[in-house]
Design a protein around this ligand. Structure first.
Ligand code: UGA
Length: 470
């Protein structure tokens, strides 16, 4: 099919590259000329493992344009994948979507019949709203016709974007015409049949479903599914974090508790990793947008409000833990092991690291940071953070009174901790992602402190688990 994708951020670019790889002719349209120039040279403007390789493989099917002049109105599908950032009220800002809908209405010809697809996460009713804008603009040009606008939300995770796109659990298509449903089902047929071969190994996500379900529903349900899915995941993480704090007080271990409850298929083991909570561009924005919409319709979203509170409290808990061990933080040196909101990305949007650094700055602590890919982004996007960026993990540990593991990069699992500990002023590690739990760091002299984990005295052998249970 001939597809135009408006917006070449994470969602637009990944979707475009993957659809091109599957044999479609894809044009990516983005007004950011610099980004388009980079893409034309084969450079992906953000960090996403494997995307560059697939982009090169699919390059014959890919075209990049930075304006509407070359827009092909005879395309089969036009996907809107532009940003919908939150306003200060939590409301999603739809101004870019509105602009795109206006541009489409100013260009679609009498003969053209593209399916317009909302890929961006947008408030309920946006498919109908976009349809109105496009049709109004067409009428102004004397074209009286109905356009097809569908909702087809994206469920990919940053850092796992290729695996999630090629091996999705489900594809949700919200349409109000049979024609639109048929075209979109045909588009995704290769994914439904898993009829493709990848140039190198992209692992199927653990526990994913094969083949995926293609669900065809109304645009409203489809728009809801996206928000409800992200809200559920956000609540699930805050739920385990709430119990992490409870478990810690009770002298238990949240890793064992999560394993135990996750064995129940009604609960499931995924997204039960306790720690410093969620970050990123989606959960905070989407939960905020749902709360805002709820307020407009007299529907208080209490559970979501609580989930948000719990999430941001987890960041403050890091400071509390540091204070418990080090007392005053003024003049102390604290190392941030990781900055990105999760591994395999350089994305810092709503990253817990940012709040933790801000709080440490306020306390008068000296902050050092190391992240394998996100340091440049942090330096340029958040210049007001007072941070000493370190070239290596080894340099980070030098002179620290504590190191906080913020992002669970794979390389952090295999650092030479006993050696690094010797470089520290105080051997204290706050493991914000509970990934060093099995490393027996106490044996090399560390005070190890996870989130929701049994008392460190147990690790040190001062107490037996039996004593703790008693
Ligand atoms: C999330 C959803 O997982 C995707 O399905 C969705 O498509 C995407 O938002 C979106 O709406 O665009 P993403 O934000 O990229 O994806 O990353 P996740 O893997 O979901 O992680 C989000 C945050 O939750 C990270 O900070 C991660 O560290 C944290 N997390 C995740 C936990 O604290 N505990 C967990 O058990 C899982």
């Amino acid at each position: 099919m001939k597809i135009v994708i408006i917006g070449s951020g994470y969602v637009g670019l990944t979707t475009g590259v993957c659809l091109a790889y599957l044999g479609n002719r894809v044009t990516l349209l983005d007004p950011d000329t610099r980004k388009i120039e980079q893409l034309q040279k084969g450079i992906v403007p953000f960090y996403e493992p494997g995307l560059t390789e697939i982009l090169h493989k699919a390059s014959n099917n890919l075209e990049y344009i930075d304006g509407w002049d070359d827009f092909d109105t005879m395309s089969d599908i036009v996907m809107i994948a532009v940003g919908t950032p939150p306003k200060s009220t939590g409301e999603a800002d739809l101004s870019i979507v509105e602009e795109v809908a206006g541009s489409l209405g100013a260009r679609i010809t009498e003969a053209a019949n593209p399916i317009i697809v909302n890929k961006s996460t947008v408030p309920i009713g946006t498919a109908a709203w976009v349809k109105n804008i496009v049709e109004q603009n067409l009428r102004r040009r004397g074209i009286n016709k109905a356009v097809h606008v569908a909702s087809n939300p994206e469920f990919l995770r940053e850092g796992e974007a290729l695996a999630d796109t090629f091996y999705p659990d489900r594809i949700v298509i919200g349409v109000s015409s049979q024609f639109a449903g048929e075209v979109l089902c045909a588009l995704y047929q290769p994914l439904a049949e898993q009829a493709f071969e990848l140039p190198y190994r992209v692992s199927r996500p653990a526990g994913s479903k094969s083949p995926p379900t293609i669900m065809v529903t109304t645009p409203t349900n489809s728009e809801l599914i996206k928000y409800v899915a992200n809200s559920f995941l956000a609540v699930k993480i805050s739920f385990i974090n709430e119990f992490a704090n409870f478990t810690e007080r009770m002298g238990g271990d949240i890793l064992e508790v999560a394993k135990g409850i996750g064995l129940d298929p009604r609960i499931g083991p995924r997204f039960l990793n306790a720690g410093i909570g969620w970050g990123g561009s989606c959960f905070g924005k989407d939960t905020g947008s749902v709360i805002f919409t709820g307020e407009q319709y007299d529907c208080e979203m209490q559970l979501l409000r609580a989930a948000i509170d719990v999430n941001y409290r987890q960041r403050e808990l890091v400071i509390k833990k540091l204070k418990t061990h080090l007392r005053a933080l003024r003049g102390r040196t604290i190392g941030m092991l990781g900055l990105a909101f999760k591994p395999n990305t350089d994305d810092l949007r709503d990253a817990p690291a940012l709040d933790i650094i801000r709080l440490l700055n306020q306390e008068g602590a000296h902050v050092k940071a190391y992240d394998p890919v996100a340091m440049n982004a942090c330096r340029t996007q958040y210049p007001s953070l007072q941070t000493e960026y370190c070239a290596t993990a080894e340099k980070l540990f030098e002179g620290c009174h504590a190191v906080v593991l913020v992002t669970e990069w794979r390389e952090f699992l295999n650092l030479p901790y006993p050696e690094l500990g010797k470089r520290m002023a105080v051997q204290l590690i706050i493991d914000g992602r509970n990934v060093l739990a099995g490393h027996r760091l106490h044996e090399s002299g560390f005070h190890y402190c996870g989130v929701g984990r049994r008392d460190e005295r147990w690790e040190k052998g001062y107490l037996s688990p039996v004593e703790l249970v008693l």
